[in-house]
Design a protein around this ligand. Structure first.
Ligand code: CUA
Length: 177
C-alpha cells in the first residue's frame, strides 16, 4: 500500500498514451508473425522435428528400455551400457534424475524410431552440435524418427532445469559408419 494515495483515484481509466498504443500494436503483430513462423519452421527448418506422442507409464517405459538394453548391449562405458540396436528398430532412451540411460549407438544413414520419456519429472533433450531440442515429459512416450547422416560422437544435454544435479545430466550418442 502506498503511503500517499494517487491524486487521480480512478487512474485506470486514463486514455492510453500514443507511444504505448504503438508498442502494443507492434508487439501484437510480432506475436502473430512468430506464431505463423512456428508452422513455417516446422516444414522448412531442420530443428523442429515431427513427433508422435503416446501415454505410457514409467514402469512400462523402463520395461521396454531394459528389454532393448538386455538384447543389444555391445559394451560398457563408466557403468553405462552402450546399446547398438538394429537399424529400423524402436530405440528407447530414459531421462531421469540425473542421467540419460543407456548410451545409444546408431549406424549412419539408417532410420530409427527414437522413444524418449522421463521416469520422474520433466527433462530436456538437447542434441549437440546439431542443436535438436526436445522436451521429455513423464507419462508420455515421445517418438521421433531419425536418420543420422554424419558419423561421430554427439552430446546429449538436459536443457530443462531439473534440480540440484541438472548440470551433471549429460550423455552421448554415437553414430558409426
Ligand atoms: Cu534433467 Cu535438467
Amino acid at each position: 500500500m502506498s503511503i500517499t494515495p494517487p491524486t487521480e483515484r480512478i487512474w485506470w481509466k486514463e486514455p492510453i498514451a500514443k507511444v504505448e498504443l504503438v508498442w502494443i500494436i507492434v508487439a501484437f503483430c510480432w506475436g502473430l508473425v512468430m506464431f505463423f513462423m512456428m508452422i513455417y519452421w516446422h516444414g522448412a527448418g531442420e530443428q523442429n522435428l515431427s513427433n508422435e506422442a503416446y501415454r505410457i507409464s514409467a514402469e512400462d517405459f523402463i520395461a521396454k528400455t531394459t528389454e532393448m538394453v538386455d538384447q543389444y548391449t555391445v559394451r560398457e562405458e563408466a557403468g553405462f551400457p552402450v546399446v547398438h540396436p538394429p537399424p529400423g528398430s524402436d530405440v528407447y532412451l530414459i531421462a531421469r534424475l540425473w542421467q540419460f540411460w543407456p548410451i545409444l549407438e546408431f549406424e549412419k544413414d539408417q532410420t530409427y524410431r527414437l522413444h524418449l520419456s522421463s521416469t520422474d519429472w520433466q527433462h530436456g533433450f538437447s542434441l549437440q552440435p546439431v542443436n535438436i531440442n526436445l522436451q521429455i515429459h513423464p507419462g508420455y512416450d515421445m517418438v521421433i524418427t531419425i536418420t543420422p547422416d554424419q558419423a561421430g560422437e554427439y552430446g546429449v544435454i538436459c536443457n530443462e532445469f531439473c534440480g540440484i544435479g541438472h548440470h551433471t545430466m549429460l550423455s552421448k550418442i554415437y553414430v558409426v559408419e
